[in-house]
Write a protein that binds this ligand. Structure first.
Ligand code: MCN
Ligand code: MO
Length: 730
């Protein structure tokens, strides 16, 4: 049995040996390179672009300006500024040249005339709608009211009201590999190689724009060096490269420099919550009123993140009287979109900060106040209609409690030695199963090897290994017989991609169901080849066996017999196929949940050291604990970045101050620490393979747990991440 065991990643050898192929490694003869001229001002009227001199540079084959395509929820002037510049980094012109050096050099020869306009940077200022981020457009790009029960009444009746402003900073999803594409034009057809997490979706949105120019678009996901949610929704460069390749009828490549990536990859989080939370004196959370401002930058497409946050704002707790007023505001900044956790980390930061603040106010134990409020009966429908499906929250909390008490004892001891240490605990719920369904196909090749193809598009998570485990168990064969492939729109009918911690659950179940169908085909073809009755055969551990005659054929025997002789004739009544596929969707979200416990020391100079860290999750069936644990360890360190180091900064005029890793700090090996991961398997999903997702959970649990631990260590209230360093110094 492989499911449930720590099988090593089958994906790794090519990465370890350096033979992986990223977009920039793919070479086609005659490839042109694209460089983008980006705006250096946050807001302006664009008057004139003069690129005559750029065209005179030897090797430059063309300049594109003013390309505009209607795409839902994107900024005005998408993918290129045409009459108005909206943020620093927005594409204004693209140079296409014989090599990338000529393309970048030519950018200096383009003259842009513009008339500066006032910019709006602060989201609370933007909400007043005085200075417009986009000319003649309201700054309120999105507005929604979520209301359940009688929050005003319940708040008025509360014994204690916590009133505060909580802020989750703007971050850049720093994948190791920047974004990039190579678009290859061949006689009316395009093949686009991309650093992406959703090739089928990319094919769809590019075809929507270019179906009058090309007969079809095939998207191939190159080896992709991470995405964290940021390589999914349409980007300006996706359209500009593709367009350049169509008009020049040549392959065109663009790969972002790190600075370009920092400016142009959609930022995330950027939420402000002005909350009032009402509690009874014995710690029962009764009401919440929340004004949620999400800083959308110039586009509106990130608004759905605020919807996710708002509808999960009660977290795992029973509070039912809630009002969330959502304001999605436009500012002159890079557009906002998803980043690992997508709306759920923001919610957890808010409900767990509320829990800790209430515990302090009421002088209650942080575990006790959570125990009093946790949902105990599952399934449970939350105030905004989300149905938490399965699990045992109180049990998981009691497991977390033992680590919490232990950490507290150790903290006491260290405090006696004069150290500034703190312990933090979070409890959170996750929501996954975004994207309706996923696909998988399974085939036996002529040598008896099994090829599994999935519609999802992993890019570091290791799903291929887990899916091989599932298929190996179902077929009862050695895992070495199984290969998993993905990331090409022509490998499999349709698919969505890898996001929302969905791949194992959806593609894994699709692969399981496809394998079951394949087993039936093996029986049919095997019985025919053995000249016995289909009804009389069984499939067992890689063999089709006939009970009556005692004859049997292995998968390899069947595949060989089926494919060996091109001169023969198929004389049987069964379909000669050893290939099948399945599409799988769950009809509702699933809700994993977990708890994080942190023990942290803060030096007198304000340096933070995580002394110990435990994460406990219930995601139903865990297919490969090593892969899941890897996600948790990495996610927790990524979250450390968000709490302590990372923040996209702009000056008051809208100039980005974080344009390199010199200013935008991500965690390095120096900050890394080890997270211990434990899991329960009580909250099964109702899928054939009863698993839920893990990959984003760590980002949800870590923000409030670390924040609390640091808050306790420095003994100062923390309401904002990344934490203001001045609060850390003694
Ligand atoms: N797993 C398991 N048992 C389960 C659930 C998951 O063994 N019950 C394993 C899976 O086999 C897989 C891993 O855990 O190896 C994560 O699976 P899953 O939770 O299904 O998440 P996805 O594969 O769909 O990954 C997407 C998720 C997202 S949304 C972001 S953002 C993120 C994350 O993955 N981006 C990442 N982790 C990342 N890790 C890397 N290296 N790079 C990114 O860009
Ligand atoms: Mo994601």
């Amino acid at each position: 049995h492989y499911v449930g065991t720590r099988v090593k990643r089958i994906e790794d050898p090519k990465f370890i040996t350096g033979s992986a192929r990223y977009v920039d490694d793919i070479a086609y003869p005659g490839t042109l390179y694209m460089a983008i001229l980006r705006s250096t001002v946050p807001h302006a009227k664009l008057l004139k672009i003069d690129y005559e001199d750029a065209l005179k540079i030897p090797g430059v084959v063309g300049v594109i300006t003013g390309l505009n395509i209607e795409v839902e929820n994107r900024p005005r002037n998408f993918p290129m500024a045409k009459d108005e510049i909206l943020y620093v980094g927005q594409p204004i012109a693209a140079v296409i040249a014989e090599d990338r050096y000529k393309a970048y050099d030519a950018l200096d020869y383009i003259q842009v005339d513009y008339e500066p306009l006032p910019a709006v940077v602060d989201p609370e200022e933007a909400a007043k709608d005085k200075v417009k981020a986009v000319e003649d457009t309201s700054n309120i790009g999105y507005r929604w009211t979520y209301k359940a029960g009688n929050p005003e009444e319940e708040l008025a009746k509360s014994d204690v009201v916590i009133e505060t402003k909580l802020e989750i900073g703007r971050v850049y999803p720093a994948a190791m590999e920047p974004r990039g594409l190579l678009s290859v034009y061949q006689e009316g057809r395009l093949t686009v190689y991309a650093s992406t997490q959703a090739p089928h979706y990319m094919r769809k949105f590019l075809l929507d724009a270019f179906e009058n120019y090309v007969s079809d678009i095939r998207v191939v996901q190159a080896d992709t060096g991470g995405a964290f949610g940021s390589k999914m929704f349409p980007y300006p460069e996706d359209y500009i490269v593709t367009y350049a390749s169509i008009i020049h009828r040549r392959p065109v490549k663009w790969v972002a420099t790190r600075r370009e990536d920092l400016l142009s990859t959609y930022h995330s989080r950027a939420q402000i919550h002005k909350i009032r939370a009402g509690f009874t004196k014995n710690g029962e959370w009764r009401a919440l009123i929340d004004d949620l401002i999400i800083d959308l930058g110039t586009a509106t497409h990130g608004y759905y993140l605020a919807d996710i946050t708002a509808t999960l704002i009660s977290g795992p707790y029973k509070v039912r009287d809630i009002l969330v007023e959502v304001y999605g505001v436009r500012t002159n900044k890079t557009p906002l979109d998803q980043y690992r956790g997508a709306g759920r980390p923001e919610a957890a930061f808010v409900y767990e900060r509320i829990m800790d603040m209430a515990a302090d106010e009421l002088k209650m134990d942080p575990i006790e106040i959570r125990r009093r409020n946790l949902v105990t009966e599952l399934p449970y429908t939350n105030p905004f209609g989300h149905k938490y499906d399965s699990g045992n929250y109180l049990h998981l909390l009691s497991v977390a409690e033992s680590y919490y008490r232990d950490f507290e004892r150790r903290a006491e001891e260290l405090r006696r030695q004069g150290k500034r240490v703190g312990v933090g605990l979070s409890f959170y719920i996750e929501q996954n199963n975004f994207g309706p369904w996923e696909s998988a196909s399974v085939r036996v090749k002529s040598n008896g090897k099994i090829l599994v193809i999935i519609g999802a598009a992993p890019h570091g998570q290791g799903d291929a290994t887990a899916i091989a485990q599932i298929v190996a168990d179902e077929l009862g064969i050695d895992i070495g017989q199984i290969e998993v492939s993905w990331g090409d729109t022509e490998l499999i009918g349709e698919g969505f991609g890898t996001f929302g911690s969905r791949t194992l659950t959806l593609a894994g179940n699709a692969a399981l169901l496809a394998t079951r169908k394949l087993k039936d085909k093996l029986k049919r073809v095997g019985a025919a080849l053995m000249n016995v009755n289909y009804e009389g055969v069984i499939y067992e551990n890689g063999y089709v066996k006939d009970a009556k005659t005692g004859r049997s054929m292995s998968i390899k025997d069947i595949a060989t017999a089926l494919t060996a002789n091109p001169g023969s004739t198929w004389l049987y009544e069964v379909e000669p196929s050893l290939e099948d596929s399945a599409y799988f969707g769950l009809n509702d979200y699933t809700y994993p949940y977990g708890s994080h416990v942190a023990l942290v020391e803060v030096s007198e100079e304000g340096l933070i050291k995580v002394l110990d860290y435990v994460a406990i999750d219930d995601i139903g069936l865990v297919v490969n604990p090593m892969l899941a644990e890897g996600q948790v360890i990495g996610g927790v360190i990524q979250g450390f970045g968000e709490v302590v180091l990372e923040g996209v900064k702009y000056d008051d005029d809208g100039n980005p101050l974080t344009q390199t890793f010199g200013e935008y700090w991500i965690p390095t090996i120096m900050e890394a620490f080890n997270t211990k991961w434990y899991y329960l398997e009580e909250g099964k999903s109702n899928a054939p393979l009863p698993a839920k997702g893990i990959a984003e959970g760590p980002l949800i649990g870590v923000l409030p747990a670390l924040t609390r631990a640091i808050e306790r260590a420095v003994n100062r209230r923390i309401a904002k991440i990344p934490i203001d360093p001045s609060l850390l110094i003694k």
